[in-house]
Write a protein that binds this ligand. Structure first.
Ligand code: PEP
Ligand code: MG
Length: 580
């Protein structure tokens, strides 16, 4: 039994056989082979390398004939890597000394290679990571055959184990079959984590070397409550976890009964609980959990999963679908927040040295105005089907807000000229996601109709902690006194200006922060659908004077540990022990 500690992104517990993925979606079936099979594995490996080299030469010659030697040189790099004696030595060592299968040895060795290239400062080398992945895929194809793992048509329940999973792959998972996820890398608010949470799949990420401990088909436990993943659990642990799963089931049923009850404190303060969605059909899940609207529609997910960006009509249909599901409830459509860890699949997307500080979000849109206006026209056209709000992400100065609005007015003019119907009086708001936006909040509230605090980014930019890097995950916390003071400042500024202020970062759905946020005066919480019942339970169990007292106390502490422990103790008083 191997126990690994990681970061829990989705709270449940799951026990099932592992499906180990590597090199995108290749299934790596076994890790070890009997000693007598090692020569056969070496032979398979040699054959796969030779076949890959033949393929690469053909490709190279074809490309050189049509486009010249310079363009074809990329395949020389691929062939060079495959012919490198060090690579051969590393692979054979794994096979002989660790009795690994050839496919497993390839996936381990190329993972190490990718890490080496990733860590190179020179961006030219960093870009080579994609080539390394390409070479690995080619080798694995020769070793494992053409067939990829088809995650949409699994026949039994599995726990997906991978080094990393892109958000686009997570979004397509069938949660009736993929009952848990464990990955080596990732942070609490990485977009992969956000999608897994939305789907409600128990998941622990940032487990460092978990893939090294598991073979396909072995039993795995994902314990989202204690942030653990266990490979090959012993009988005792299996029994313990099975009975815990049963107890949790009872608690979930109790929560379900809350769905139709109002989110209101004991002394009658009504709170709006809204849903966060990445895809239009998720709006139904929000309604089912009792959401009063959509506080965040992350529209960039319509873009990152497909090889070409959706056109105006496809986008319009997507927005309309969500709006129609929500009826007359508000749907807050955030314009595409591309960049950082959410890339378009088009070939001209350039890797950046510091992507979270780079051309992301509204900056990307203002640089790609044509694409931005296509989205704005699609949103405007969808407005006739219900009640929408438009929200711009990562605004750091007034110019950006004004330019984004100009683009919106241009889109309105385009539609007017074409005689297409849309609503004119759509509220336009911004996300407050940087210390700069907090400091300028007084100015922003004069020009924005509403604001929403994006704590995932606000924490990252305030504390200088990459939200998707497991190595600094313990530093990423909303309990940091600087973060809670910033949140307080935004809520008070919005209240004074009498405009709507929501919070749509992950902490809106974390019971640990419910009392604090209530006490700071937050009246609009937007979160993944799965989190709504538990947050509602806390709201319905407290009174406003108590929540204010909790907030006042929390603001007095000097360290995040103190804040965290205090909030944990206060929350425990309101929830049954199996919940916190
Ligand atoms: C945030 O930053 O808190 C937020 C809600 O936006 P995203 O997680 O999509 O960056
Ligand atoms: Mg954000």
């Amino acid at each position: 039994m191997e126990i690994s500690k990681g970061i829990s992104v989705s709270p449940g517990i799951a026990i099932a056989e592992a499906l180990v993925l590597d090199a995108e979606d290749y299934r790596i079936p076994t890790r070890y082979v009997p000693a007598e099979e090692v020569p056969h594995e070496i032979e398979l490996l040699d054959r796969a390398i030779s076949a890959s080299l033949v393929e690469l030469k053909e490709k190279r010659d074809r490309l050189a004939k049509n486009y010249g030697n310079d363009t074809a040189a990329i395949f020389d790099f691929h062939a060079g890597v495959l012919q490198d004696p060090k690579l051969k030595k590393d692979l054979e060592e794994l096979l002989v000394e660790k009795l690994c299968s050839a496919a497993y040895a390839v996936s381990r060795t190329f993972l190490a290679l990718q890490r080496r290239f990733n860590n190179m400062r020179d961006p030219v080398f960093a870009q080579r990571v994609r080539d390394i992945q390409d070479i690995e895929k080619r080798l694995l194809r020769h070793l494992l055959g053409e067939e990829r793992e088809d995650l949409e048509h699994l026949t039994k329940s599995v726990i997906l184990v991978a080094h990393d999973l892109p958000p686009s792959l997570c979004a397509g998972l069938d949660k009736t079959k993929v009952v848990g996820v464990a990955t080596d890398v990732g942070g609490l608010t990485s977009h992969t984590a956000i999608v897994l949470r939305s789907l409600g799949i128990p998941a622990v990420i940032g487990l460092s070397d978990f893939t090294r401990n598991v073979s396909g088909g072995e039993l795995v436990v994902v314990d989202g409550r204690r942030s653990l993943a266990i490979a090959n659990p012993d009988l005792d642990s299996i029994r313990r976890y099975e009975s815990e799963i049963q107890r949790l089931g009872v608690f979930t049923v109790e929560l379900e009964e809350l769905k139709s009850l109002p989110a209101e404190t004991l002394d009658g303060q009504a709170i709006q609980l809204l849903g966060n969605i990445e895809f239009p059909h998720e709006a139904q899940g929000c309604l089912d959990q009792g959401a009063e609207g959509i506080g965040l529609f992350r529209t960039e997910y319509l873009f990152i999963g497909s090889p070409t960006p959706p056109d105006e009509n496809e986008q319009y249909e997507a927005y309309k679908t969500a709006i129609k599901i929500m009826g007359d409830r508000t749907v807050t459509i955030r314009t595409m927040d591309l960049g950082a860890d959410k890339y378009l699949k088009t070939s001209d997307w350039e890797p950046e040295r510091n992507p979270f500080l780079g051309l992301r979000s509204i900056r990307y849109c203002l640089r790609n105005l044509d694409m931005f206006k296509v989205q704005l026209r699609a949103i405007l056209r969808s407005s006739v089907h219900g009640n929408i709000r438009i929200m711009f992400p990562l605004i750091i100065n007034l110019m950006e807000l004004r330019q984004a609005k100009m683009a919106l007015y241009d889109a309105m003019e385009d539609l007017e000229e074409m005689g297409v119907e849309f609503k004119r009086d759509i509220p336009v708001g911004i996300m407050v996601e940087t210390p700069a936006a907090v400091i300028l909040c007084k100015e922003f509230v004069r020009e924005a109709d509403f604001i929403s605090i994006g704590t995932n980014d606000l924490i990252q930019y305030t504390l200088a902690v990459d939200r998707s890097n497991e190595k600094v995950a313990p530093l990423f916390t909303a309990s940091h006194p600087a973060v809670i003071r910033l949140i307080k400042q935004v809520i008070s500024t919005a209240a004074k200006a009498d405009i709507d202020c929501g919070l749509c970062g992950e902490i809106a759905g974390e019971p640990l922060y419910t009392l604090l946020l209530l006490g700071l005066g937050l009246q609009q919480f937007s979160m993944p659908a799965v989190d709504i019942p538990e947050v509602k339970q806390i709201i319905r169990s407290t009174r406003m004077p108590h929540a204010r007292k909790v907030a006042r106390e929390a603001l007095r502490f000097e360290t995040d540990r103190q804040v965290h422990n205090y909030l944990r103790d206060e929350t425990r008083k309101l929830l049954p022990p199996e919940a916190v």
